[in-house]
Design a protein around this ligand. Structure first.
Ligand code: F0G
Length: 460
C-alpha cells in the first residue's frame, strides 16, 4: 500500500539525530592528501555527507533498537538465533541458516565448501569480496552477465541478467563437473545496482539443474531486486515484495547475504541453503572462522536487530521509498547532463567517470580522482568502482580495466533527506563545470588483497 502518491516522502519520522561537521576546502585538501587520496582512509568525522557505502550505514527503526535490549547473549542456542532462523525462512524460504558476522564471512564458508582448486565459478559480474574468496580457494571466476551490463547507457530494465548463452558455452567448454556453482547477484552492485528478472533467474536455475550445478544467490540486495521485479516485470505487479523474494529464492539452492544492506542493520550476515550435507559442512566450518553455529560472529542483540529489520524491510512501501531516493538524486544529475549509469540503480547513483573526466585515462585512475575531487569540493564521500576496485588478473598480474569506470554515490537507508541530495547534486554539477582542472593519480602503495580499501595515491 502506498502511503502517499509520492514514494519519496519518508514513511517514518526522525527521532534521533547525529550532528555532522562542516569543514573548509583547505582542510579537506589537507586530509585528502593525508588519506593517500583514498576515500576509505578518510576519517568519518571529516565527512559532511557520507555516500561511501550503503553497508552498515543505515538507520535502524525503533522496533530494531528495542530488540537490541532483548539480546540473549548465551554462548549457545540464543533465542535471537531461532527468531532469526524463522525470519529468514519467512522472507527467503531456505531450509538451513548459518549466521556470519557479515556477507564475506558467508562467502568464505560457501567458497570453502563448494570449490575445488582449478574449478570455474561463473557469475553475473564480479563482486570484490565474493571473487576474492573464490580465488583464495583456487577457483576461477568467469563473468557471464549480459553484454548490456557493461554499457552504461543501455537502458534495459534487467541489465543484471545472466547471459544464458555465455553460461551454456562455459559448461560446454569446461564441463559441468569443473564448475563449482554459479553466483547470481541480485541486484548487481558493480553494474550500477541493476536487477535480474524472475524469468532469467528461473531459466538460469533450470539450465544449472539440468547439469547438476548449484545456483548460489548473492542475496545482499535481494529485496530491492524483488521490488524491481514488481514494478518492471509483467505478471508481478500484484504480488508483494515478500512473495516475489521467496519465488526468486526458489530458483536457487542457497545464498550468501550481507545483512548490512536491506535489513537496515550495522553488522551481520548469513549463508543459507536447502541441501543438508552442504549445511552440515558450513556449520562445521563456521566454528573455525566466525563463532558457534547459533551466533556466527554476531551478538545476540545484533541477530535480533537483523531479524526484525528483515521482516520490516520486506514491505513494499519501504522498498518504494528506498528506490525513490536514488531516483531523485539520479534524475537531478541526468537533468544537468551528468553522465551516469542507466537505468538509475537501486542502492546508489553511479557516475561514468570516463565521460565525466575524458582527459584522464584509466591508467591514472579516473574514478578514484573524481571521488577525491568530490570530497575536497563539498565534503561528500563516495567510492571508486573502477580500475582500483577491479584489481589484477590473478594469473597474469595485469591490471584489469573494467568497461565501467564509475564513482558510486551509495545511498544509506533512511539516513539522508531531500536537501542532502540537493547538496550532493549541486556539488557534482559544479565539479562537472570545472572538470578541465582535474588531474589523475598514481598508486604508491598497493596491498595484496582487495587493494581498493587501503591503497594510497599521489596526484600527478
Ligand atoms: N555482495 C555484495 C553484492 C555486496 O555489495 C557486498 C558488500 C558483499 C557481498 C559483502 O558483504 O560487506 O557484509 O562483507 N558491499 C559493500 C559495498 C561493502 O559497499 O558495496 P559484507
Amino acid at each position: 500500500m502506498a502511503l502517499t502518491n509520492n514514494p519519496m516522502a519518508e514513511p517514518y519520522k526522525i527521532k534521533m539525530v547525529e550532528p555532522v561537521k562542516i569543514t573548509t576546502k583547505e582542510y579537506r585538501e589537507k586530509v585528502a592528501k593525508e588519506a593517500g587520496y583514498n576515500t576509505f582512509l578518510l576519517r568519518s568525522e571529516d565527512v559532511y555527507i557520507d555516500l561511501l557505502t550503503d553497508s552498515g550505514t543505515n538507520a535502524m527503526s525503533e522496533y530494531q533498537w528495542a530488540g537490541m535490549m532483548l539480546g540473549d547473549e548465551a554462548y549457545a542456542g540464543s533465542k535471537n538465533y531461532y527468531f532469526l532462523e524463522n525470519a529468514m525462512y519467512e522472507c527467503f524460504g531456505y531450509k538451513h541458516l548459518v549466521p556470519t558476522h557479515q556477507g564475506r564471512g558467508a562467502e568464505n564458508l560457501v567458497s570453502q565448501t563448494l570449490i575445488k582448486p582449478g574449478q570455474y565459478v561463473p557469475g553475473n559480474m564480479y563482486f570484490t569480496t565474493t571473487r576474492a574468496h573464490q580465488e583464495l580457494q583456487g577457483g576461477n571466476f568467469v563473468d557471464v552477465i549480459v553484454d548490456a551490463a557493461h554499457d552504461p547507457y543501455n537502458t534495459d530494465p534487467f541489465k543484471g541478467n545472466v547471459d544464458l548463452q555465455k553460461f551454456e558455452d562455459l559448461i560446454k567448454k569446461v564441463g559441468a563437473e569443473n564448475i563449482a556453482y554459479i553466483t547470481v547477484g541480485v541486484t548487481v552492485n558493480l553494474a550500477g545496482g541493476q536487477p535480474v528478472s524472475m524469468a532469467n533467474l528461473k531459466a538460469t536455475g533450470e539450465l544449472a539443474r539440468k547439469h547438476g550445478i548449484k545456483v548460489i544467490l548473492d542475496a545482499t540486495r535481494a529485496m530491492e531486486n524483488a521490488y524491481y521485479i514488481k514494478v518492471r516485470e509483467n505478471g508481478y505487479e500484484n504480488k508483494s515484495v515478500k512473495e516475489i523474494l521467496k519465488e526468486m529464492c526458489s530458483h536457487t539452492d542457497g545464498a550468501t547475504c550481507s545483512g548490512k544492506k536491506d535489513f537496515h542493520t550495522n553488522i551481520g550476515g548469513f549463508a543459507a541453503c536447502n541441501d543438508d550435507e552442504m549445511a552440515l559442512k558450513m556449520r562445521n566450518m563456521v566454528v573455525l572462522y566466525e563463532g558457534l553455529q547459533t551466533y556466527g560472529g554476531m551478538a545476540g542483540r545484533d541477530m535480533e536487530a537483523m531479524a526484525r529489520g528483515m521482516l520490516e524491510s520486506c514491505q513494499d512501501h519501504v522498498m518504494a521509498h528506498r528506490i525513490a531516493q536514488s531516483e531523485y538524486l539520479g534524475n537531478k544529475l541526468i537533468a544537468a547532463g551528468i553522465p551516469i549509469v542507466l537505468p538509475i540503480g537501486g542502492h546508489g547513483v553511479f557516475i561514468d567517470a570516463l565521460k565525466f573526466y575524458p582527459h584522464i585515462p584509466q591508467e591514472q585512475y579516473t574514478a578514484q580522482s573524481l571521488a577525491n575531487d568530490l570530497y575536497v569540493h563539498a565534503g561528500v564521500r563516495s567510492v571508486e568502482r573502477g580500475t582500483v576496485s577491479a584489481g589484477r588478473n590473478k594469473d597474469t598480474g595485469e591490471e584489469i580495466r573494467p568497461k565501467l569506470e564509475t564513482v558510486r554515490l551509495a545511498i544509506p537507508r533512511r539516513v539522508y533527506t531531500q536537501s542532502h541530495f540537493d547538496v550532493v547534486a549541486e556539488a557534482v554539477i559544479d565539479l562537472y563545470k570545472n572538470r578541465d582542472q582535474a588531474r589523475g593519480l598514481k598508486m604508491v602503495y598497493e596491498p595484496k588483497y582487495l587493494r581498493f580499501f587501503q591503497a594510497r595515491f599521489e596526484k600527478l
